[in-house]
Design a protein around this ligand. Structure first.
Ligand code: GLU
Length: 447
């Protein structure tokens, strides 16, 4: 690592010693881009320090009342990470694990995810340490309204455009958008994305992250002279991301054989490939139960309580749930099972050591979330385009555009890896290509 990079990292570690997720993602990124930090102006203009810290960040109280009249007080956050190539853009996560460190890590990743979509969007993230599990619709609505009353001043279609993430789906976006509209008095549709189809949402948005990951994977397979047909895939989670992966993989002849939740995982050897199964998974998620076992009961397959799906015998692994769900032991298991492709849909799903193990193994090809996981935000950006055109594209049109975007992210990643002599390292390639683009925009716009 060169001296300048070491200094940037030291400073960050000194400033934020208690923010493990944030430091983890920055460390990994600095490692990846090191070969491309090759111009004196990066240091002269201190580009790296300006890239690893958010331009602005704030937190706010979110007081709300439950159905029994008891008052709860949660913490809301928004981190406006980078506006180098467009308005801040990124999701909101409602989950008890949300902290300043988590939103900073998400905002950082989002900036690099967004950069190569080809659409002019900067990076952001936010959320609250609120647990939506078991809450009624009315409680969710009150929470979203309170959240938005504190956030609305700082967002807008040319400023910062929030969307969903874990715990924030189309229902929550609806309540957030309704509150934004009421308080500002403007039907400014592209102030939020992930909206419902009747009021400015884009077709495919809910499934886009999963679809995009499979399109990216398809390019990797093509590079190896293979196809998805007949391949078995292990995934984690059973939310939007997982659903989209199941659907698109099935369409291309592949077979997702696992789903997981906090209670364990199910193994379905026939694959989640029928409409009945897709519908069941969607209903299971929206039931708010957060358990995947009912899938096993319904379709007569095995449920493994308390276990992770990485022990299943498959060809491809796609983590779709949350950060750090793959440990070194899991990575060892994945390699021992002869898995050939590891493609991240969720943000930073592997620990630093687990990712190192997978990335450096010649037996498996790897792609990171900043590339393969960017389909969701890509369609969010397409939603903004449709809103400003006052128009709505067909499913086929959006799907085709998404496929094109994923393909160009793949091409940019492969080309950058090649250019820096890194072979087929798509993770480093993607980080480098995004770094080049963002730093160029920053330098062009001055200090
Ligand atoms: N958290 C989501 C993601 O990257 C949503 C971002 C957005 O649509 O703005 O995937």
């Amino acid at each position: 690592m060169n001296e300048y990079i070491a200094r940037v990292l030291e400073r960050l570690e000194r400033l934020y010693p208690n923010e493990p997720e944030y430091l983890q993602c920055v460390r990994a990124w600095l490692d990846m881009i090191a070969p491309a930090v090759d111009r004196p102006e990066y240091e002269r203009l201190d580009v790296l320090s300006r890239m690893v810290e958010p331009e602005r960040m704030f937190s706010f109280l979110v007081p709300w009342q439950d159905d029994q009249g008891a008052t709860h007080t949660n913490h809301g956050y928004r981190v406006q990470f980078s506006s180098a190539i467009g308005p801040y853009k990124g999701g909101l996560r409602f989950h008890p694990s949300v902290t300043a460190s988590v939103v900073k890590f998400l905002g950082f990743e989002q900036t690099y995810k967004n950069a190569l979509t080809g659409l002019p969007i900067g990076g952001a993230a936010g959320g609250a340490d609120f647990d939506p599990r078991g809450r009624s619709n009315r409680e969710i609505m009150r929470f979203c309204q309170s959240f938005m009353f504190n956030l609305y001043r700082y967002i807008g279609s040319d400023t910062d455009v929030p969307a969903g993430d874990i715990g924030v789906g189309v229902r929550e976006i609806g309540y957030l958008y309704g509150a934004y509209k009421r308080v500002t008095g403007r039907a400014e549709s592209s102030a939020l994305t992930g909206k419902g189809l009747t009021y400015g949402g884009s077709k495919i948005r809910q499934a886009a992250a999963g679809f995009g990951t499979v399109y990216f994977l398809a390019r990797m397979l093509e590079h190896q002279g293979e196809e998805l047909a007949g391949k078995r895939i292990a995934i984690s989670g059973f939310g939007n991301m997982s659903w989209g992966v199941c659907r698109k993989a099935a369409e291309l002849g592949g077979r997702v054989v696992t789903l997981s939740g906090p209670d364990g995982y199910v193994y379905d050897p026939d694959g989640v490939v029928t409409q009945e199964k897709f519908d069941f998974v969607r209903d299971l998620r929206s039931s708010g139960l957060d358990r995947v076992e009912p899938y096993a009961e319904k379709f007569g397959v095995t449920f493994y309580p308390g276990k992770k799906p990485w022990e299943a015998p498959v060809d491809i692994v796609i983590p779709c749930a949350a950060e750090n769900e793959i440990t070194v032991d899991d990575a060892v298991l994945i390699l021992a099972n002869g898995v050939r492709y590891y493609v991240e849909a969720a943000n930073m799903p592997a620990s630093a050591d687990a990712l190192k193990l997978l990335r450096l193994s010649p037996k498996i090809l790897t792609a990171g979330a900043k590339a393969a996981g960017s389909g969701g935000v890509a369609v969010s950006a397409l939603e903004m385009v449709q809103n400003s055109l006052r128009y709505s594209w067909s499913r086929r049109e959006v799907d085709e555009k998404l496929r094109g975007i994923m393909s160009s992210i793949y091409d940019a990643s492969a080309a950058a890896a090649e250019e820096y002599g890194l072979g087929y390292d798509l993770i480093a390639g993607n980080d480098i290509a995004a770094f080049k683009k963002i730093s160029e925009a920053m330098i062009a716009q001055g200090l």
